[in-house]
Design a protein. Sequence first.
Length: 90
Amino acid sequence: FSRIQYGVLVLLPYAMLLVLRYGGGGHWGGATVSNAWLAPLASLPLSVPHLRAVAFGGKDGADLNSHVGGTALLQFAYCVLLTTSLLIFQ
């Protein structure tokens, strides 16, 4: 169950970009999201090695420790890209 949960929690922010773009009525937090939703997609390739190792791979135990830090960097990159793009397109 935890591998499925990890995959969902890593990919859910990218799915929410579609909601932000197509379900938000064109505005979110005062910013026009016409192109703002595209920038965080640049962090999607960073998720591939972590998803392979944790959600789809055979690593267990201590072998997963390096992916914990990698996932934190992935989420940080996503947040920086989303925030920056919302500020630019405000």
